[in-house]
Every structure is written in structure tokens, then in C-alpha cells.
Design a protein around this ligand. Structure first.
Ligand code: NAD
Length: 251
């Protein structure tokens, strides 16, 4: 018995990183998985490997959402789970952030989650209920210098999660958010010039558990929030950060 037997779950930004691990884990737990991304080659390859459906979905585009849901309904007849995982990060001081850059981040991270909830919730209701998991961040709970646009959208996602939980509970839909700290994906790749040892040293110093998170660990939290194990939980942000936000450390 898988924890998601009989479920049909769409994961956005699933071609790589945390979304990929969510797609893999959800499939292993029995769900029909829909891999959605703008990286078509990667996404199609993953979908083929795990036996999932791939849809091209730019989460910032309303028409893409409608087409994706239509494709899922044609393939599976229903859709009862959504993981809004797609996101982008731009590093910049607030005063150096152009309006274009700010809006680009808003469009993907914040509008993408709004469109996802608005498009998919009626389908989940029609399927008899289900779950939505939104990917915020620990920067959705606290501030972080040089990620102003990103942190603004992640705070917005926590707010949207709470409102959606209130409005959708009566329709049998639970809505929660994951708030990862630093997770080892392309998004946190420091690029050339940073040695792996210096990066490891940084996380050893900053994170109480002494290391960067693994995308598989976030996937397990998303699974918990998408299955019956969390049946009495809705409207909450769940921090998964190795203890980084636990408090000020003097050691
Ligand atoms: P990632 O860059 O590996 O994955 C992001 C995925 O989103 C990619 O597959 C990308 O193609 C996709 N994507 C980007 N724009 C899209 C769009 N417009 N439409 C559809 N897909 C799009 O990074 P990740 O760490 O796996 O990020 C997943 C989520 O986790 C993001 O929302 C990110 O903000 C969040 N997050 C990441 C970290 C971290 O440290 N890696 C920490 C907190 C939160």
C-alpha cells in the first residue's frame, strides 16, 4: 500500500531539484504523477523514467494552467493533488532591484501559486477533496538580505496558503506550505569560484544540524502534507531548515 494510492498529483517545477524528488517519491507511493515544468527535455525524461505524464507548464501563464489541467483530465479523468513547487531566485540588494526583476519573481513565485490554487482547486473539489502544498521558504517567515523580491513572494505564499486553507476547507481541500532553508539544488549552487569545502564549512557554521538540506528531505515533508498522515492539518507553514530559524546561536 502506498500513501498516495489512487491519487493524481501535479507537481510544478518538477524537472529537477525538490520538484523532481517529490515526483519520484509520490510516484513510488502510488500516485499518478504529473511532471510540469518549462524545462521540457528534463521533464519529459523524468516522466518517462518514472511512468508519469509530462506537461509543459509555465506557472505564470493562465493559459498554460488551463491546458495542463485539460491534459491531466484527458489522461487520468481527475486531479486531486497539487504541489506548487516552481520558483525562481534573484540575488540583489533592494535598492538595486529593477521593477522588471521584481515583477519577474512575483510573476513566477507568487502569481504562479495563485493561478495554481485557483485553477486546480475546483478540480480537487470535483474529485471529492484532496491537498495543495505550496513551496514557500524560510524567507517566507523571516527576512534575508539580498533576496528582497524573493522573500516578498515567499511571505505572500504563506499568506495565500492561510487564506486558501480557510476558504477551501469546506470543499475538502487542505492547503499547507513547506518552508525550506538551504537545500542542495541548482538554486543554491554557488557556481564557479566557491570550493565545495568552503560551502560545506559555511553550512556547518550556520546550520545547527551542520549541513545543507537534501531535496529528498523536503519531498518527504511534501508527502506528509499530501497524504492522510496529515489529515487534521491545514493552513500551516512548515519550516524544514536544519534548525537555522530556531534562534540565535552563540556556539
Ligand atoms: P531548482 O531551480 O532546481 O528548481 C526549480 C524548478 O522550477 C526548475 O525545474 C525550473 O525549471 C522550474 N521553474 C522555474 N520557473 C518556472 C515557471 N515559470 N514555470 C514552471 N516551472 C518553472 O530549485 P529548487 O531548490 O528545487 O526549488 C524548488 C522550490 O523550492 C522553489 O519554489 C524555491 O523557491 C524553493 N526553495 C528552494 C530553496 C533552496 O535552498 N534550494 C530554499 C527554499 C525554498
Amino acid at each position: 500500500m502506498g500513501k498516495l494510492d489512487g491519487r493524481v498529483v501535479l507537481v510544478t517545477g518538477a524537472a529537477r531539484g525538490q520538484g523532481e524528488q517529490e515526483a519520484r517519491l509520490f510516484r513510488a507511493e502510488g500516485a499518478e504523477v504529473v511532471v510540469a515544468d518549462v524545462l521540457d527535455d528534463l521533464g519529459e525524461g523524468l516522466a518517462k523514467e518514472i511512468g508519469a505524464l509530462y506537461v509543459h507548464l509555465d506557472v505564470s501563464r493562465e493559459a498554460d494552467w488551463a491546458a495542463a489541467v485539460a491534459a491531466v483530465k484527458e489522461a487520468h479523468g481527475r486531479l486531486d493533488g497539487l504541489v506548487n513547487n516552481a520558483g525562481i531566485l534573484r540575488l540583489n540588494a533592494l535598492l538595486d532591484t529593477s521593477l522588471d526583476e521584481f515583477m519577474q519573481v512575483v510573476q513566477v513565485n507568487q502569481v504562479g501559486v495563485f493561478l495554481g490554487i485557483r485553477t486546480v482547486a475546483p478540480e480537487i473539489e470535483a474529485a471529492g477533496g484532496g491537498t495543495i502544498v505550496n513551496t514557500a521558504s524560510y524567507t517566507g517567515i523571516t527576512g534575508m538580505a539580498y533576496v528582497g523580491a524573493y522573500a516578498a513572494t515567499k511571505h505572500a505564499i504563506v499568506g495565500l496558503t492561510r487564506v486558501a486553507a480557510l476558504e477551501l476547507a469546506a470543499k475538502g481541500i487542505r492547503v499547507n506550505a513547506v518552508c525550506p532553508g538551504a537545500v542542495d539544488t541548482a538554486m543554491t549552487d554557488p557556481g564557479e569560484g566557491a570550493s565545495p569545502e568552503s560551502v560545506a564549512r559555511l553550512y556547518r557554521k550556520r546550520v545547527p544540524l551542520g549541513r545543507i538540506g537534501r531535496p529528498e528531505e523536503v519531498a518527504r515533508l511534501a508527502l506528509f502534507l499530501s497524504c492522510e498522515d496529515s489529515s487534521y492539518i491545514t493552513g500551516q507553514p512548515f519550516v524544514i531548515d536544519g534548525g537555522w530559524l530556531a534562534g540565535v546561536s552563540l556556539i
